[in-house]
Design a protein around this ligand. Sequence first.
Ligand SMILES: [Mn+2]
Length: 470
Amino acid sequence: MRMETGTGVDAEVATAAEIIRRQQEVTVISHIDADGISSEAILSQAIAREGIAVKSVFVRQLEPLTMHQVPKDRTFKIFTDLGAGQQNLLQERGLDPEDVLIIDHHVSQPCETPYVQVNCIPHGLLKLSAAGLAYLVARRLDPDNCDLAKIAVIGNVGDMMAREHCGLTGPARGIVEDGVTHGSIVVRPHDLNCYGTSTRALHVCLAYNDDPFISGISNDVNGARRFLKKIGIQGDDGRRDLIWEGLPFPERKKIMCALVEQLMANGEPFERLFCETYLFPGEREGEPLRNAQEFATVLNACGRWARPDIGGAICRGDRSIAYRDAKKMLANHRAVIRELLQFILDTGVAELTHLQYIHVGNRFPDTIVGIGAGMALSKLNWQKPILILCELPEDATLVKASMRTTERIVARGVDLQAAASTVSAEFGGSGGGHKIAAGAYIPRGSEERFVNRVNELLGEQLGPASAGHR
Ligand SMILES: [Mn+2]
C-alpha cells in the first residue's frame, strides 16, 4: 500500500535511499535498546539485499568515551536511533558529511558540518521511532522489504510510540498496514491495554496494570483473581494459568465489559482500558515473540545483558540458539528485577512528604533500576512517586536516580520529567523523561539534597491542596 508520511520526511527518505544505493561498504551504528536493535536489523537486511557489504556496531550511548567504537575505516557510516544529538562528536571524529547518514528521531544538535539526516522530529512527527524511519528507507530501497514492517512495529512499540494514544498513529500506523497486507501482523482493535497479554497469567496482567488504575484490581493480584472468579472466568484450567491472547472472543468481551463497569462505578474514565495490539501469527502461541510489546522486551533484555547482536539474530529469524540464549537473558533479567523488588520491600523506603525513596548502592545494574522502581510502586504507597538511587559501575563520580509514578498522580499535576531535569541541573547533573517516568544523573554525594529538592518540587507541582494529603 501507499505509505502515508509527511512530505518532508518522504523527501529525506528518498534522498537516503539514493545515497545508500551508491555505497559499496556500510557500517550501521545503532543503540542497544529494542528500537536500536530493530533499526539495525531493518537497515542491515535491506542493505545486504541490495548486494552491499554491511556490518554493525552497537553502542550503549554515543558519547566521547564510546566514539572509539565507530571504526575509522573507509566504510559509509549510518547512525541510527542516535547521532542527531551528537553531530559535534561525529565532526570531532573527523567524519566527512559525504560518508555519513543519520536516521534518528531525537532532537537534532546544531552542527557546522551538514550531515544528511532522516529525522521525523522537525516535521512534527513525534510518534515515529528510528525503526519506523529505517523501515521507510528500506521500503524506498525495495518494496519487497515490506516483510520488515513487523520489526519496525516492534521498534515503534518498544520506544513507547503506542503508549499515549493506545495504538500506533500516523506513519507508524501505515507501517502496521504494510505488515497486515504482507500477512506478518494481525491487529486486535479494542484489546486489553495490559502488558503481557500473550504470556502472563491473566490475573497477574490485570494486577500489574495501573493505566487506567482500577480499584481492587490494579496493584492487587488477589483482588484481580477475585474479580475474574466473580464474573465467572475460571482463573486457570486446573493446570495452567489463563492467558488473555488465547481466550475466546466472548470471554474477552465479558471481561472488558466488567472492567468498564467497574471503572464507571468508580466514576473513572475507561478509554485507556482499550488499546490496539499487534500480534505476529507466524510466531508460536504462548511465546513472547507473538506480541510486539513482549518481543520488544526480549530485545531490551538482550541489550541490557550486552548482547544486542543476539536480539539482532532474533529479528533476522533465528528461533534456535539465539532465541534460547535470549530467553535465558529474559529469565535472568526478570530474576534480577524480582531480587531488586524484594530488596526494596525488605529494606523499606524512606518517606518524605511527597516522595518515597531508596538508595540501592551498587547491588543492581542501573539498567534495571527504573523497571524495579515501577514494580515496587505497585506494592508500595502508589500515591507517592518513588525514586531509586543507584551507583554506576562505569563512573564513580555519578549516581543515577530513577523515578516512577502513576497516571492518577500525573493527573493531579505531578511531572517527573520537569522535576528530574530542573533539580538535577541545580546539582550540575542532567535528567529527563516523561511525566510518569523520569531519570537523572547527579554527582555522587548530592543524593540527600537532591531527593529533598525533588520532594519540594513535587509539593509545588501538587499545589497548596497537597498539604492535606500527607
Ligand atoms: Mn529510539
